[in-house]
Write a protein that binds this ligand. Structure first.
Ligand code: GAP
Length: 442
């Protein structure tokens, strides 16, 4: 069993900052706790993971379609979903050092003795703290204009399910997928981008006849784990974790997390839930609208059960960086490398002239321009070639093409592979196809 590696996180945070991948929001004002900005390479990586998920969850399934619902929704949605009433964390403060904790994060003996884990001071009574961000719509700041930033994307799918189903001529079993921002006023955000107050979810809600829900649950469990394998994550660092019955969320009949072995231990990256007809029933009750599906063939009317797959984009991104990070020694020299699967690497191919003179730069620029429509490609002509390779290794670029003097004679270039370090020569004209096979390995 692999062991957690506590200092890895510091290395990743520092690499992200140095290479402009992810850095503190509002840094010139001292930063804003738990808020992070994604730079040029960060957004490429995020988009690549998002696109891979989208393809997996919509394009490859004829019965799954996508939507993009509004972040702001009618506040009755959150009453119906149970979030206004029950989306709370138990909050305690230390009376001495004033530190704040989630009570259920504290060891059991400290929960009982009411002692602070930092200074041993007394803890306050537990207060329920609602995690939803609240604001006001329009100029009046009163209860009638209260509105929430959505704490999950799921509800945008539930309230629209009949419209989407009818417009797409679908019937259960079918799914609706969505990627979008969610907001939670977490008491203890932390671990870099693992737990933040603003984050992105990738959710798919699968609507099924109630008596098939258990079967679909198993199918989606396996499909979702397989997805992480194909994302290139080490299999022995992934596992399922079943929620005990007494710890299930208010809406769930069964819940299983997919966990990854982060540097601080196993933690959730995705939840798969059997939400029964809880959400649709509640929306039916609160809106007064019939939310049932009518089966023309059997003349049956029912509320479908929902199997939910709910993953975090930011967490997945962090996992791909941690999982792919290696420090290796090559010919006595240390190199840092992130072994992203080539289909999600922020940059997929770098094109370098060996030297900038004698027309090598121009040839390199032409190759880069030719590859750009098909790959995340870029040109770099600065510094020693070895240094250029190392710079790309540490941000996980899987392929580097070098144009040298031989190129002028026979139209060939070297293609260097990040992981094997193999350097093979190819004709310029065949690069696009050679790369296609190497990039699309899933
Ligand atoms: N709709 C169900 C739902 O929201 P969840 O387990 O609360 O379920 C699903 O969240 C996923 O969203 C988590 O597995 C995680 O990847 C991501 N997530 C939740 N809270 C997060 C936070 N504060 N920061 C980053 N990601 C978060």
């Amino acid at each position: 069993m692999p062991k957690p590696t506590p200092d890895l996180m510091e290395k990743i945070v520092s690499l992200c900052k140095r290479r402009g991948i992810i850095f503190q929001s509002s840094e010139i004002y001292g930063g804003l706790n738990s808020c992070w900005d994604y730079g040029p390479l960060g957004i490429e990586l995020k988009n690549a993971i998002r696109n891979f998920w989208w393809k997996e969850m919509t394009q490859l399934h004829p019965e799954i379609v996508g939507i993009d619902a509004s972040i702001l929704m009618h506040s009755r949605v959150w009453e119906a979903s149970g979030h206004v009433e029950g989306f709370t964390d138990p909050l305690v403060d230390c009376k001495e050092c004033k530190r704040r904790f989630r009570e259920d994060d504290l060891p059991e003996e400290l929960q009982k003795s009411r002692k602070c884990p930092e200074c041993g001071g007394s803890l306050t009574d537990t207060r329920k703290f609602n995690l939803m961000f609240r604001t006001f719509m329009g100029p009046l700041e009163d209860s009638a204009s209260t509105i929430y930033l959505r704490p999950e994307t799921a509800q945008g799918i539930y309230v629209n399910y009949l419209t989407v189903m009818n417009a797409s001529r679908l019937k259960p079993p079918f799914g609706i997928a969505q990627v979008g921002k969610a907001f939670r006023n977490e008491i203890t955000p932390g671990n870099f981008i693992f737990r933040t107050r603003e984050f992105e979810q990738m959710e798919m809600q699968y609507f099924v006849p109630p008596d098939t829900a258990d079967e679909w649950f198993e199918i989606w469990l396996n499909r979702r784990m397989d997805y992480y394998y194909r994302l290139g994550i080490n299999k022995d660092k992934l596992r399922f974790a079943e929620h005990p019955k007494d710890k299930l969320a208010h809406y769930a009949k069964r819940a299983v997390d997919i966990e990854y072995l982060f540097p601080w231990g196993w933690a959730e990256i995705e939840g798969i839930h059997n939400r029964t007809d809880f959400d649709l029933r509640r929306h039916q009750e609160y809106s007064g609208k019939d939310m049932q599906y009518f089966d023309e063939e059997t003349k049956q009317r029912y509320l479908p059960y929902i199997i939910e797959t709910s993953g975090g984009l930011n967490r997945t991104l962090l996992m791909t960086m941690l999982d792919g990070y290696y420090e290796e020694e090559i010919k006595g020299e240390k190199r840092v490398v992130i072994k992203f699967s080539p289909h999600i690497a922020p940059m997929q191919v770098g094109v370098f002239p060996l030297v900038k003179k004698d027309g090598l730069s121009e040839i390199s620029r032409r190759i880069e321009a030719d590859l750009r429509p098909y790959y995340r490609a870029f040109y770099d002509g600065k510094g020693a070639i070895g240094r250029r390779y190392r710079r790309q290794d540490e941000v996980g670029t899987p392929f580097c093409i070098t144009v040298d003097y031989q190129t002028k004679e026979d139209d060939t270039v070297t293609l260097r592979e990040r992981d094997s370090l193999a350097q093979d020569r190819y004709k310029i004209g065949e690069l696009r196809e050679v790369l296609w096979k190497k990039v699309n390995v899933v």
